[in-house]
Design a protein around this ligand. Sequence first.
Ligand code: UD1
Length: 420
Amino acid sequence: MDRIRLRGGHALSGEIVISGAKNAALPLMTAGMLTDERLVLSRVPLLADTETMGQLLAQHGVAVERSANDPRTLSIGGAITNTEAPYDIVRKMRASVLVLGPLLARVREARVSLPGGCAIGTRPVDLHLKGLEQMGAVITLDGGYIDAKAPHGLKGATIVFPMPSVGATENLLMAASLADGRTLLANAAREPEITDLCDCLVAMGAKISGIGTDKLTIDGVASLHGAHHEVIPDRIETGTYACAAAITGGSLHLVGGRLDHLGAVVRTLAEAGVEITPTETGLMVKRLNGLHGVDAITEPYPGFPTDMQAQYMVLMSVAEGASLVTETIFENRFMHVPELNRMGARINVHGKSAIVRGVASLSGAPVMATDLRASVSLVLAGLAAKGETIVNRVYHLDRGFETVETKLAACGADIERIAG
Ligand code: UD1
């Protein structure tokens, strides 16, 4: 298993090109199942998760071809020949459940393994299933699988989510695009990745209004056609490298980074002493003077993203004063805390909140990555720490961050991957 070795204490400076957003690319790839024509997606990040999604689409009979000139451009299309999403693939990546809506809409049946628990909490899919049932699907749970059928096709419905769910909004958007009649999704999630999916669906011929808001109206059409769509830059990667610049006292130009996608991150980092300014091609990030402790609470977009919580906590670990970091989206998402404390951080968890008391510096240690965002937070901690840090189990990192070590090394970090 690969490891990452790093020695901290180097102020980063230079340019990092932000990759396409993993969380936009995954649903966009499943949108390719909604038509027999070709959906061409560019800026698809080269990651374990997009690879897994390619395997899942292939399993359904849908071809995913990589452009010979650009490995980040995929051409997706073909008839669906198999409606089963097997446990072996779904257990690797929860976002596999996003084939459910497209399968039901296109071929009126789907058998998708239940994702089950994962390291960051129970993460149910009840909102996906209830919404599809409201659209006329008959769903049974059998042997760990979701068995869904819509023998008469899906019908438009009014669906009011009790809480915003990114995945449920995406699944139902895709299902509704080919349903009979009008669907209203209220209290829908409005993350930039959802807007990106809407934009792509519209380019494919879908009729959607209210894009970017929490009320989406979809008028179903008989068929969708091929299109070309470019995946948005990854806002979580952008925020993560902003923290990297701040934590090392350096400055980074994040090419492709978008201020309008960062939501509460910009304000929170500004209060903490980190300046983010737009440039012609991206964002310039630098630490002003010292870092100050500032509270953060995770919320649906445009609130502070749960996917930035671990990275932000590392920043707060070396800030002056204390801060309260509260996680409201997922239970059990503080698994990075014991590892950070082993590196000298002073963090106490009380239920959904963590009190972070800033320390003068962290010290390097061997640490264990537990999930995707936690693993990148350990890399950030290593950048800030005195001495050597070894991050084990970096396969978590490879699920969601393109070539972290290459991008950081090019900006002056002492970091390398050790194969093994
Ligand atoms: C997506 C992101 C993930 C991010 C999360 C929240 C992808 C591939 N993943 O995950 O990186 O951390 O949004 O921004 O885009 N819930 C239910 N029932 C459901 C669905 C969700 O109770 O049927 C709950 C979840 O347990 C959680 C909350 O709703 O507490 C939000 O989850 P959701 O927005 O659905 O997250 P994902 O789409 O799984």
